[in-house]
Write a protein that binds this ligand. Structure first.
Ligand SMILES: Nc1ncnc2c1ncn2[C@@H]1O[C@H](COP(=O)(O)OP(=O)(O)OP(=O)(O)O)[C@@H](O)[C@H]1O
Ligand SMILES: O=P(O)(O)OC[C@H]1O[C@H](OP(=O)(O)OP(=O)(O)O)[C@H](O)[C@@H]1O
Length: 207
């Protein structure tokens, strides 16, 4: 029996679609229920449904063997999990954005983000010293009301930036969802996990 931590939210449907294309028969609970643990005994699988940022925690602690997590989440914190496969789903990118033409405050430039580690590493590598302000959402608000000069955030269609009069300034990294595994579980269940990887790899959307 393998336990897989699935991210609730926008990755979920694409991840379920991928598993179904790989011929895993998943019950209707995957489409309509509020259940957080879904057992699929026919496939010898148990799924747990967690917030995207928490999936890695469940896998790291070994209560889930495997998980699906965005590369953004994996980049933000170094965690003791192995990345097994790029699933090429939930594609987006991380970028620096701001108001068009607006210069960074020279004395105390501020950057608002949900990804403080990615942002501080990025600006350090650019040789720029900035203050990072951590927000939990609606990041685009920060430059509009003067909380920050720049934001570091996910861009997908670009619609949120556009509708708020912001522009993308620099691209930091491409993001897709990855299959991750607990290292001890990988040693113990390598065969079962490799079979799952092979089935998924065969149906992954091509970039
Ligand atoms: N447009 C997008 N905005 C944000 N995340 C996206 C987007 N497109 C794909 N993703 C992926 O989806 C993940 C976030 O999923 P979702 O938006 O459901 O969670 P969230 O609500 O941001 O997470 P949390 O509840 O932890 O704040 C990201 O980690 C990223 O890998
Ligand atoms: O380029 P787009 O297609 O517009 O997508 C990007 C937006 O989507 C995400 O926000 P989300 O909807 O998760 O809301 P949040 O502000 O609460 O994080 C992200 O933080 C951007 O704001």
């Amino acid at each position: 029996m393998l336990t897989i931590a699935m991210p609730k939210g926008r990755i979920f449907d694409e991840a379920v679609g991928l598993l179904r294309r790989a011929d895993y028969v998943l019950p209707p609970e995957f489409d309509e229920s509020r259940k957080l643990v879904i057992d699929v005994p026919e496939e010898q699988m148990r799924f747990i449904l967690a917030k995207p940022m928490d999936v890695v925690t469940y896998v790291e602690h070994g209560v889930a063997d495997l998980g699906i997590a965005g590369k953004d989440v994996l980049m933000e914190e170094e965690r003791n999990v192995y990345e097994l496969l790029d699933l090429h789903i939930s594609r987006c990118h991380l970028a620096v954005a701001g108001l068009p033409g607006a210069k960074m405050n020279e004395i105390a430039p501020r950057v608002a983000t949900k990804y403080p580690n990615i942002a501080s590493t990025y600006f350090r590598e650019q040789g720029e010293q900035v203050e990072i302000i951590r927000l939990n959402g609606s990041i685009e608000l920060a430059p509009l009301i003067g909380l920050a000069d720049r934001i570091v955030d996910i861009v997908s269609t670009g619609r949120t930036l556009r509708e708020n009069g912001l522009v993308e300034l620099e691209r930091i990294a491409e993001v897709t969802s990855r299959l991750i595994v607990n290292p001890a579980s990988y040693r113990l269940n390598g065969g079962d996990i490799e079979r799952l990887v092979d089935r998924l790899a065969a149906v992954i959307p091509q970039p």
